[in-house]
Design a protein around this ligand. Structure first.
Ligand code: ZN
Length: 488
């Protein structure tokens, strides 16, 4: 057990070092160093992988004698990861990385030319390799299962698909009936100095302190937990919107999850969030359930007024809160509002599932994309850049990842219903700038477990049931009704 823990600790250290290099690449690397920097990171990632799939680790996992529950969970989770990693030949892993790099280049070229056909052969190759990966797990019920399992350990395609179908069927009529809200206020000039002041005030209140956290700028915002005592958030500032505020709150949710994992799980495979959907449930809960709530805006509004007197000087908190909850179907996922966002994800999930199953040919993908955009969002797609070419994921071979975004929202809805029962005065607390009760609740019910429980077991334990979009749809419906009432 001791040798096993020592070896797993080294793997953990190498993985966190790779994360530190990834952070460095996005935040402060000199562009001239990009190629060699890529080599540094590839070497550390390869070492982490080799150390983990080593024969000796397999022997130790087989012989380990756990002395407590944490040891027992460590062995169980590490064995699952180990067996999965050993089933995929290293040639296939290398080929997927090569094909992914080539496909990323083809995707960028296709975007320049606004022509899907330029990307199609590289996408077909990525798909072929993912089917080969899936074939390494012949016992899987569905060829998509092993791909989804990389992000949602244990979750089956059938369960994810059923939840997403119910989400879709609930969202379409909600969006059709959503009130038209004027949110032009949010699309004016917001000086960056004001944005920086506001995000620091908000992050301070949410629970960020300078001893353990830092905030930097990056092209694509993300959070990196280098260690429990070193949580790094990134954001970006645009002159003409308040995205920086919501992206900071979102990334705070990811960072807090990692910070509040039980410290006894550090340097083991248990010392992370449970899954991608669970992680996204935390970021979305903070971004949307907190950051768009009446209580939050009652507290935040005077700070927003101080940061942007020319914008908010003669406004009320109710006007701003209504504007940040406006619903309007649009073509681009990353700028979609909270309510329509789910349909962007369901569309991608359905299409990638059909591609993996072989039910949809790559050449037919743009037409299928455009047809579903019309069916779900009521919009015509003018060209490939505003449709099938908008996301980077498929070029990088990420199949099985998209659904975790929407599953995260579903889980956030289920948690929020429980939180409303346990903390009935939560909105009042937010109005006082007090976010500690929510942090504590999340630590106790979700964060501290790390990866000790599989996603579905954690959900069962926290909310007493399986994935269920009903609470999330109810939460959205409640907000839309409140917006409609405020207008009359
Ligand atoms: Zn996120």
């Amino acid at each position: 057990m001791d040798e096993l823990l020592r070896r797993l600790g080294e793997v953990y250290d190498l993985e966190r070092t790779a994360m530190l290099l990834a952070w460095d690449q996005e935040v402060c690397m000199s562009p001239a160093g990009a190629t060699e920097h890529g080599e540094l990171r590839a070497t550390i990632e390869r070492l982490a992988h080799e150390r983990f799939v080593d024969d000796r680790v397999g022997e130790l996992l087989g012989d380990a004698r756990p002395r407590d529950d944490i040891h027992a969970d460590t062995v169980r989770v590490a064995l699952r990861d180990f067996e999965k990693a050993r089933r995929v030949p290293s040639d296939l892993v290398a080929e997927m990385a090569r094909a992914g790099a080539a496909a990323r280049t083809a995707w960028m070229k296709a975007r320049e030319l606004n022509d899907f056909a330029v990307f199609a052969p590289a996408l077909a190759r990525n798909l072929e390799l993912r089917r080969a990966l899936s074939a390494c797990f012949p016992e899987a019920e569905h060829p998509y299962d092993p791909l989804l399992d990389d992000y949602e350990p244990g979750l089956r395609t059938a369960s994810a698909g059923a939840a997403l179908e119910r989400l879709r069927d609930g969202l379409v009529p909600l969006i059709a009936a959503a009130p038209e809200i004027d949110d032009s206020l949010l699309h004016r000039t917001y000086p960056q100095a004001g944005q920086r002041a506001l995000v620091h005030t908000v992050l301070d209140a949410l629970g960020v302190d300078d001893q353990a956290w830092r905030l930097d700028e990056a092209e694509h915002p993300f959070a990196a937990a280098v260690t429990v005592g070193d949580i790094r958030l990134t954001t970006r500032y645009h002159d003409d919107d308040l995205e920086s505020l919501f992206s900071c709150i979102h990334e705070f949710g990811h960072g807090l999850y990692e910070q509040q994992v039980d410290p006894a799980l550090a340097r083991t495979p248990l010392g992370n969030g449970a899954s991608s959907a669970w992680h996204e449930s935390q970021s979305r809960l903070w971004e949307n359930m907190v950051g768009r709530s009446p209580g939050f805006w009652r507290w935040c509004f005077p700070h927003a007024q101080a940061a942007f007197p020319e914008r908010f000087g003669d406004r009320t908190w109710q006007e701003v809160q209504r504007a940040v909850n406006a619903v309007r179907p649009s073509l681009i996922r990353v700028s979609a509002d909270e309510v329509t966002y789910g349909l962007h994800i369901v569309l991608r999930f359905e299409l990638e599932l059909a591609l993996i199953e072989g039910a949809l040919a790559v050449d037919d993908l743009p037409a299928a994309w455009n047809e579903r955009t019309q069916a779900y969002l009521g919009l015509d797609v003018p060209d490939d850049c505003h449709g099938v070419l908008q996301d980077v994921h498929w070029s990088e071979g990420l199949f099985g990842y998209f659904p975790t975004y929407a599953l995260g929202n579903i889980i956030a809805g289920q948690l929020w219903a429980r939180i409303a029962d346990d903390l009935p005065d939560i909105d009042e607390r937010f109005a006082e700038g007090d976010f500690a009760p929510l942090r504590v609740w999340l630590a106790q019910h979700v964060h501290r477990h790390g990866r000790r429980l599989m996603g579905e077991d954690l959900l069962e334990r926290v909310v007493g049931g399986p994935l269920d979009p009903t609470p999330y749809l109810g939460y959205l419906e409640g907000k839309l009704q409140a917006s409609a009432q405020l207008m009359t």
